[in-house]
Ligand binder design. Structure first.
Ligand SMILES: C[S@@+](CC[C@H](N)C(=O)[O-])C[C@H]1O[C@@H](n2cnc3c(N)ncnc32)[C@H](O)[C@@H]1O
Length: 322
């Protein structure tokens, strides 16, 4: 199983560069996957020790094998959701990475049920110890709730038609049954344009099964709170709903929630927690996209934790020790 786990880390050089200069301490890779990013970051910064988190036990098993050469720098690997990050570290951390979404092995294995291109059970759980599958959602929600779920997950125009067809076709137990139902729900001209007709439906279901959007905002806030002054957070998002949440949380942390009119001095007492490391989101290079199509939609945002009032007079080396 671990041999099959091959995932090309996206924008790995950019991520490693951003984390190469942070002070010695803990690096939390909260979406460890096969540890491709983790290995790149550990190679770029000899002062970092790794805490890995993933909700997929298969990923953790693969990561453990891949991390064997640097096992002395691995503090712990946790089977957990990333919103638990603050409770999994016992000291302020130097770096946090969130590389959102699914890994290639999750997507490529037909038995995981993530892919509209392969026949498999309608599963889509990143963590197969969790109970609710995509089939449970498709076969149990009412038409209105399914419509809302599809809209939230990125399916725009035809959400209502697709939801109605899904309800009429129940039970839907496999990926191909879902693909067929979506194709039949969409008017023929629309089916022929804009990529695979079921792509957004699969994305929306995956997001719902794994509660991807609900925990993201609190996770970014919690990760920022866990950073030591000078520590950095890097987030890679792969669709606009995800990226919007990341952007909002990072921008809010960078203004401290300031409500003063733009351009005027702040008098509302807001305290910025971070400074943004890029204007807007960075995208992968054309060369990377040419080699790895899955990198295409990536959007990278990064921020650095500012010293709080309590840190300014402190001897920070006490908090940042290796
Ligand atoms: C894109 S992959 C990460 C790949 C990794 N950066 C690498 O280089 O191999 C995303 C990983 O995050 C995990 N994941 C997604 N959402 C999660 C969550 N809420 N909590 C914990 N892990 C999550 C998935 O199981 C998957 O293994």
């Amino acid at each position: 199983m671990t041999q099959a786990f091959t995932h090309r880390p996206v924008m790995a050089a950019e991520v490693a560069d951003l984390l190469a200069t942070v002070a010695p301490g803990l690096f939390v890779d909260a979406t460890l996957g096969g540890a491709g990013h983790a290995l790149a970051v550990l190679a770029a910064n000899a002062g970092l020790r790794l805490v890995g988190i993933d909700r997929d036990p298969d990923a953790l098993a693969a990561a453990e094998v891949h991390l064997a050469p640097v096992a002395d720098r691995v503090v712990a690997l946790h089977h957990a959701r990333f919103d638990l990050l603050p409770s999994l570290v016992t000291e302020p951390v130097s770096a946090v990475l969130l590389d959102l979404g699914v890994s290639s092995p999750q997507f490529d294995r037909p038995d995981r049920g993530f892919s509209y291109r392969a026949e498999g059970p309608l599963d889509m759980r990143m963590d197969r110890t969790q109970r609710r599958t995509a089939a449970d959602i498709v076969n149990r929600l009412g038409e209105d709730a399914l419509t809302r779920l599809l809209v939230t997950g990125g399916e725009g125009r035809f959400a209502r038609r697709i939801a109605r067809t899904l309800v009429a076709r129940r039970p839907i137990e496999t990926t191909s049954q879902l693909v067929d139902a979506v194709k039949d729900a969409i008017p023929a001209p629309a089916r022929r344009s804009g990529g695979h007709p079921a792509k957004r439906v699969f994305q929306a279901l995956r997001i719902a099964v794994n509660d991807e959007l609900d925990v993201l905002g609190p996770t970014v806030d919690g990760a920022i709170a866990a950073l030591a002054p000078g520590g950095r957070i890097v987030v890679l998002a792969y669709h606009s709903g995800e990226d919007r949440i990341v952007k909002d949380r990072l921008v809010r942390a960078s203004t401290g929630g300031c409500v003063c009119p733009p351009g005027l001095p702040c008098v509302c007492g807001a305290v910025p927690l971070v400074r943004l490391l890029n204007r807007g989101a960075r995208k992968p290079s054309p060369a990377e996209v040419a080699e790895n199509r899955r990198a295409e939609s990536a959007r990278l945002r990064a921020a650095e934790r500012l010293p709080g009032p309590e840190d300014r007079d402190d001897d920070r080396s006490e908090r940042r020790g290796p």
